[in-house]
Design a protein around this ligand. Sequence first.
Ligand SMILES: [Fe+2]
Length: 239
Amino acid sequence: MERGGFAGNRPILKIEMTQCSHPNTPPQNAAQASAAIKVAVMPLFSTWIYRCEHGPVHLNAGLEELTARLRTDERNSTRRTNAGGWHYAFDLFELQEPVVEEFRAVMEQHVQAFLNHFRPEGKKKRDTFRLRGWINVNRAGHSNLLHCHPGCFLSATYYVRVPEGMKGGEIYFRDPRGPAVAMYETPGIDLPWVGTGVGVPIAPATGHLLIFPSWLEHRVERFEGEGERISIAFNATNA
Ligand SMILES: [Fe+2]
């Protein structure tokens, strides 16, 4: 809070700042009896990402075994956003495999938890949606180009295996407010709405899960290191 007074012959405003979470929700804790000018700041257009560091790692061995089995048939491989690497060509969740069934059951609960986060207590419910997924395997030098996932409402990545000591390999989410964010002037502080234009990296780790709005553009950085980076990506659509 700024103290009231004068600087030279200009009055200094006494400003009490609060932060509210919604433009139509008035700030609750502004001092009513104060003579201060009350203002509020509010974040608008926040992008929500669901991050779980405790995914179903007990399924990883089975998922890796399935991946190895699928890779023995070259008809299962396709090229989408991947620059190098292996990309499963079909819907993983259509496979009649116990490990896939269990994986789907866990992922559905995570998607449901994310959706219900935005409902008030007493309004949480079970939604009807469908997951479609695929496996990605990247080795050193492979990457995935910038893209988003049209035709669905949430997308996700679960990391089955991230090599020890991997350098790079992050998923980069691009600032969705457009390239202009890289052009703003700043008065010398890190303003929360000024981006670099290149995106925010999130380093993967075995067993981690990210769920994000399908329109949020992302790419996967190439990496250096031994071994394979195995992930399962999936989309949620209205069933
Ligand atoms: Fe993607």
